[in-house]
Each structure stands twice: as C-alpha cells, then as structure tokens.
Design a protein around this ligand. Structure first.
Ligand code: FES
Length: 203
C-alpha cells in the first residue's frame, strides 16, 4: 500500500527527503532565542510560515522555521534553511524561490508558489533583526521587480499594499498605484502577483 502510494509521488527524491526529514524545524517548546523573527501567510489559507534567525558577525548562524503549509512548502523551507545558514545577511536576503527549487531538483509547476513563503519569511526575519538592533536596512526594496513598466509598479509595492490591507481587488490596486492603466500589457502579471499576495496574506 505504502509502496504504491509512494510510486505516485511526483516530486524528486530530494523533495521527498526534505519533506520526510525536514531540517532545522522549530520544534514545539524548543528554546530558540531568535535575534529576528519573520512571519508571512495566514492560517485562513493554511500557508502560514514563521522563520527565526540567529545572527553572528553579520551571518546567519542558526535558523528555525515552522509552517502549516503543504509538502512543497515544507521541503522548500527545509532546503532554504540549509542554504541560508552561514550566509551573510545580504546573501540570505537575495535567496530566491528559483535557487531553492533548483537545489530541490525542481517542483511541479503548480507548486512553485508554495516555495515563496520561506524566503519571504526569511527576508521578514532579517528586516526584524535589523530594526530591533537599530541598524540601517540597505536590502529592503533591493529585490523588487518592476511589473508595470508604464507606472513603475513593483511586486514589492503590491505585496506591501495587500499585506497592510489597503488593497484586495484589482480595481483598488489600479486606484492606488495606477498599475495597468496605460498600455495594459502588464495586466496578466499584475493579476498573478495580486492573487499570489492575496493567497499568502488574505484574511
Ligand atoms: S506596462 Fe503596465 S500599463 Fe503599461
């Protein structure tokens, strides 16, 4: 029974390994004194993610994470946690879902979005660490990608507006930023990003 079940598994062996034996999991009751904590997602959609980091000499010396996400989110975050340890804050801030899924040997196309939670939470943990310690944050905004060229709207602007509850529909986003109100060729990508953020931060 178990054999035939696993035979239908569409993920790589690396994904399977990280899903079954997740690394650096934040175990219940574990005393992990994080220097910075980042949380993204909402329990409502079952994709909540928390990442805690310890920082020493400008590098991530240790990391824990906890999620209520699916197998892909668990495997991606486990892989991310191994990659991020030992990295400088700058390197860790620029870890991308593609780098993580490549290290996993790939994820099915429709599961790719599950891998974005871990690195978003990691960036939030770094932001938290820098803020708590009164340090400048030279990284914030440095990973933004322009989605609407006509109006200069980036993925991070959309994320921030959804996260803070200012925007929950395409029309509200257009009113707030002007996105997709000129040539309109960005419409599909704007909608994709908006839906992604609503999925992660939606109440
Ligand atoms: S690229 Fe967004 S309106 Fe032109």
């Amino acid at each position: 029974m178990a054999d035939s079940f696993m035979a239908q598994w569409v993920y790589t062996d690396t994904v399977k390994d990280h899903f079954i034996n997740p690394r650096n999991l934040w175990k219940e009751g574990e005393a992990f004194e994080a220097d910075g904590v980042g949380e993204v997602g909402s329990l409502a959609c079952g994709d909540q993610m928390r990442v805690g980091i310890k920082v020493k000499d400008g590098r991530i010396s240790d990391l824990r994470w906890l999620t209520y996400g699916c197998a892909s989110a668990i495997a991606s975050t486990s892989m991310m946690s191994e990659m991020a340890k030992g990295m400088t804050l700058e390197e860790a801030y620029h870890l991308t879902p593609s780098m993580i899924t490549d290290a996993l040997g790939g994820l099915p196309e429709h599961k790719f979005h599950c891998s974005v939670l871990g690195d978003k939470a990691l960036r939030a943990a770094i932001d938290d660490y820098l803020e708590k310690n009164g340090l400048d944050n030279p990284y914030k905004g440095s990973t933004a990608k322009i989605i609407c060229e006509c109006k200069g709207v980036t993925d991070q602007m959309i994320e921030e507006l959804v996260k803070t509850g200012k925007v929950s529909t395409f029309e509200e986003l257009q009113n707030e930023t002007g996105a997709s109100t000129a040539c309109g060729k960005c419409r599909d990508r704007i909608l994709e990003e908006l839906n992604e953020c609503l999925h992660i931060y939606g109440k």
